[in-house]
Design a protein around this ligand. Sequence first.
Ligand code: PLP
Length: 435
Amino acid sequence: MYSFENSPSFAKELDSKDPLTNFRNEFHLPKHNGHDAVYLCGNSLGLQPKRAGQYVNQELKDWAELGVEGHFKKDTGWFGYHNLLKESTARLVGALPTEVAVMNHLTVNLHLLLVSFYRPTADRYKIICEGGAFPSDRYALQSQVMFHGFDPDDALIELEPRKGEHIVRHEDIIEAIEDCGDALALVMFGGVHYFTGQVLRMQEIAKAAHAVEAYAGFDLAHAVGNLDLKLHEWNVDFAAWCSYKYLNGGPGTVGGIYINEKHAMNHYLPRFAGWWGNDPEKRFTMPHRFVPVPTADSWQLSNAPILEMAALRASMELFDKAGMKALTEKSLLLTQYLLFVLNDVCNRNNKQSLIEVITPFVDQQKGCQLSVMIKENGRAIFDQLTSDGVISDWREPDQEGRISGVIRLAPVPLYNSFEDVYRFGVLFEKAINTN
Ligand SMILES: Cc1ncc(COP(=O)(O)O)c(C=O)c1O
């Protein structure tokens, strides 16, 4: 563990030693009063890579100049444009290129995957997921359960933290899977919990699910581009994610899926089909019957959203250059520094009990996000931070009063600096002393 100092010179020194420091220049940084804002919100919307405009404009230009012929232009033809993202996406999530597809949006993809991986029977129909899951995941699971004629109150087992705790313990997840046994059809969790920032041990959860012959899938909205994922090695069955958070693809942009090759190659696994999932050799011969390609691509339905993919390409090139190993190393140091600065500010101001960081630091598996519970005047402190140029996000206290309001802070290793963290500390000190 580093011996940190909460000072501008120390933060600058860390930046000067950071091998990824130049990546910040690849992004547009939002401004506040003419200066860079302290942007700690990549867990919600990633920043725009400067090259995104160039990539999108190229496709607009090709459309203007070529019309429909753009589908078959050299190198970047729209017919195979999604393939330009395949290799880098596979590297990013630790998968084979045949196991990933960039397509649709997160909740849509979750439904498409659940069509294949939630096929309940009268005896095996239960799903284990986290309590307090992101609402869209809960609604997707509830509606799938009802679609199959089951009652969500019976079929969905939502695991809650133990009394007085904020995160579900790993051993409780494993125990719930074992207890459910033959009745368990599926385990589906967020790989990183959107609210607490907890990182789940996906490999062990998949292993426990497989031991009772259930599938294991993950929503990686807060994990992709944040953790060094090894989905293939971990033997995860399926996963889906969005690309507007850590992947910097732009608001509401195209998402992605992973399907383990043993399933992706299985023609008999039921799925909803569309012409873009058909064998590309046969796509324009319009065959009467769907002939799925033996890869994750066969879950595609529609032709690709080129402008969204063009913007995403700009960011994926940066991920390829930086590499997840270096990014996660910096990420760990950045969040450790943020934790140090938060504690230092509270200690110096005699406000030790004002905050509680609910995000666990479990060995090296730690994402960027810190969820900081503010015990008093949280909303006012957050509003003050915002008006002073800190961009973060606020989650309301829960209705049962178990949890105070939380500020989620995500120092993102691709574009945040240690100086950002120092500047946050200065503004946080002001905010807690004026509210
Ligand atoms: C964990 C999680 N799941 C699902 C969603 C919904 O994603 P979309 O609106 O792209 O379907 C989000 C959005 O932020 C999310 O954070």
